[in-house]
Design a protein around this ligand. Structure first.
Ligand code: NAD
Length: 250
């Protein structure tokens, strides 16, 4: 049902973004991928999905602008690229703080401000922001990430209000823990910050609040993103959809 629509999914060479890109392409959308990775693997992905790719580093405002120009008029904008760093606040590296705010929050502002004019002109658009359970609740040692994701929720609500009369919706999807490189890579630092073993981090930190005791699968996020693109979802606007196995219900 997305034939004729063009979707840009940031951070879609891996994990959740790739699953969202696959799901949108599966419904007929023409997809623009973004993110880093092995050139051959990205070329294979482009072939598989009939997609194009931008390698723009979204922490650099000029590169966001170039990507948006290359992508053309976007109907479905998925702001998904994100990174994590785990450290106590007094040791939190300043450069990591700045990078995380730039990628997890400011990049969504820059893509949105550049995508909105054509959405308004067409009277149809979907902006879907991958936030996190950490846009609703906090965990220790993730100051930059939690601040950025709470900020992303606030930004999403704001644009939802601004665009409501233009056929454009803006919503967050907020996953709990999804088994992707982003989660796997934070295990060593969490072991250090909390003085725990790998298994303790998985069971006593990552899955402790996820009532299902299971990781969410990237494909489940892809399905939710597709659902939000349906015309029947035109009144779902400014919402922050949890997909966290019950974590934030407690
Ligand atoms: P991932 O590490 O698997 O993928 C991140 C993607 O972002 C990759 O394609 C990477 O190349 C790209 N990327 C990284 N830095 C970039 C930059 N500077 N410019 C452009 N692209 C860049 O991570 P993931 O787990 O799939 O996370 C995707 C999103 O989901 C993030 O916003 C993350 O915060 C959010 N999220 C993840 C989880 C989880 O448990 N994995 C939970 C909640 C929210």
């Amino acid at each position: 049902f997305l034939e004729g629509k063009r979707a840009l999914v940031t951070g879609s060479t891996s994990g959740i973004g790739l699953a969202i890109a696959r799901a949108l392409a599966g419904e007929g959308a023409r997809v623009v991928l973004n993110g880093f990775g092995d050139e051959d693997e990205i070329a294979k992905l482009c072939e598989e999905l009939g997609a194009t790719h931008s390698g723009a580093d979204l922490t650099d405002v000029a590169q966001v602008g170039a990507m948006m120009e290359q992508a053309g008029e976007i109907d479905i904008l998925v702001n998904n690229a994100g990174m994590q760093h785990v450290a106590p606040v007094e040791e939190f590296p300043v450069d990591k703080w700045n990078l995380i705010l730039a990628l997890n929050l400011s990049a969504a502002f820059h893509t949105t401000r550049l995508a909105v004019p054509s959405m308004k002109k067409k009277g149809w658009g979907r902006i879907i922001n991958t936030a996190s359970a950490h846009s609703k609740v906090a965990s220790p040692f993730k100051g930059a990430y939690n601040a950025a994701k709470h900020g992303l929720d606030g930004f999403t609500k704001t644009i939802a209000l601004e665009l409501a009369e233009h056929g454009v919706t803006a919503n967050c999807i907020s996953p709990g823990y999804v088994w992707t490189p982003l989660v796997e890579n934070q295990i060593p630092d969490t072991m250090k910050a909390r003085g725990m073993t790998r298994d303790e981090v998985i069971n006593d930190v990552l899955l402790v609040k996820q009532a299902t005791k299971k990781f969410v699968q990237p494909e489940e996020i892809g399905a939710l993103a597709v659902f939000l693109c349906r015309d029947e979802m035109q009144n779902v606007n400014g919402a922050n959809w949890s997909i966290d196995g019950g974590w934030t219900a407690e």
